[in-house]
Design a protein around this ligand. Structure first.
Ligand SMILES: Cc1cc2nc3c(=O)[nH]c(=O)nc-3n(C[C@H](O)[C@H](O)[C@H](O)COP(=O)(O)O)c2cc1C
Length: 306
């Protein structure tokens, strides 16, 4: 009998637990020629804001050992253009669509964005990006449990859609913040966004990216991300979507064993655009080989004395 790969995230029913991470898959059109998009568990869009954003000055990215640094600064066409031009194309793919939203400075933008997107049948869920390190805020909402609670609570009041809260790894206690999101009514948490980091060009004696600091992603951050999923899993009851350096089946399974119900593939899409589909096949094979009837038997099944 084939292994069951389907998972539930709030009201969302995913045919498999593999999705693509916000900001690393554009609005999916760019990947159409490389893969059958319909095979994905879900698609998370690049974060949108109320107004269009040009993003940060270049250079915005640089390569790092086992990863990359970025400071894109949420370049996006804004809500109106997204609804008119991107959403109809994304809807046609036929895969649950998770729209990532953020505010530029006023947290009330989250409420306005959620109200608008709540009306659209094309939107399966909202991901609250309260963890982008590339805006000129001194502190992120997701760096404070109370602020996280208040933000999620506010959005929860205006939408029936599945709510996913995306958290930052740049905190001391991720489980405390995840718990605040759960208490406020979030249906799931997405762990993790990028880690604050910096690279220097020693010949020019200058930072490698224009904004000086940016967010580190890729395999370099995986052990940190897996640890955070494991810590949150032991404290919360809502599903966790794990991400950070997933490049193959084995790295995706690490997150599932640590407690993630689903996983998201980010930076690896830039290296191999088909990697998510390969991971779906790989998880299927792993379950069959180990005679595991459902992915649910694997979630959080880490054998561990602590
Ligand atoms: C170029 C780039 C752009 C990103 N843009 C966003 C974004 O718009 N919104 C968001 O929530 N996360 C964004 N992220 C973070 C990813 O979604 C993901 O959380 C992070 O990169 C860790 O996963 P990875 O190591 O597999 O890339 C971005 C990451 C990269 C590398």
């Amino acid at each position: 009998m084939p292994a069951k790969l389907s998972v539930n995230i709030g009201k969302l029913k995913l045919k498999n637990p593999v999705m693509v991470a916000s900001g690393t898959f554009g609005y999916a059109e760019e990947f159409r020629d490389f893969m059958d998009l319909n095979k994905l568990g879900a698609i998370v869009t690049k974060t949108i804001t109320l107004q269009p954003r040009r993003g940060n000055p270049v250079p915005r990215t640089c390569e790092t050992p086992a990863g990359m640094l970025n400071s894109i600064g949420l370049e996006n066409p804004g809500l109106e253009v997204f609804i008119k031009e991107k959403l109809p194309i994304l809807h046609k793919i036929g895969v649950p669509l998770i729209v990532s939203i953020a505010s530029e400075s006023d947290p009330k933008d989250f409420i306005i964005l959620a109200r608008h997107l709540d009306k659209s049948k094309a939107v399966a869920a909202l991901e609250l990006n309260i963890s982008c390190p590339n805006l000129q805020h001194t502190k992120l909402i997701s760096q404070d449990a109370k602020e996280t609670y208040n933000l999620v609570r506010g959005v929860r009041k205006v939408t029936q859609k599945t709510l996913i809260t995306k958290l930052s790894p740049n905190v001391t206690d991720i489980a405390e913040i995840a718990l605040a999101a759960q208490k406020a009514g979030s249906d799931a948490v997405a762990l993790v966004n990028t880690i604050n980091a910096m690279c220097i060009d020693v010949n020019k004696r200058s930072p490698k990216i224009a904004m000086v600091t940016g967010g580190l992603s890729g395999p370099a951050i995986r052990p940190v991300a897996v640890r955070m999923v494991w810590e949150a899993y032991r404290k919360i009851k809502i599903p966790i979507i794990g991400m950070g350096g997933i490049i193959d089946t084995s790295s995706a399974l690490e997150f599932i064993l640590a407690g993630a119900t689903a996983v998201s593939v980010g930076t690896a899409n830039f290296i191999n655009p088909k990697v998510s589909v390969e991971i779906i096949e790989g998880i299927k094979k792993y379950l069959m080989k180990n005679k595991i009837s459902s992915i649910y038997k694997l979630i959080g099944s880490l054998e561990c004395k602590r």
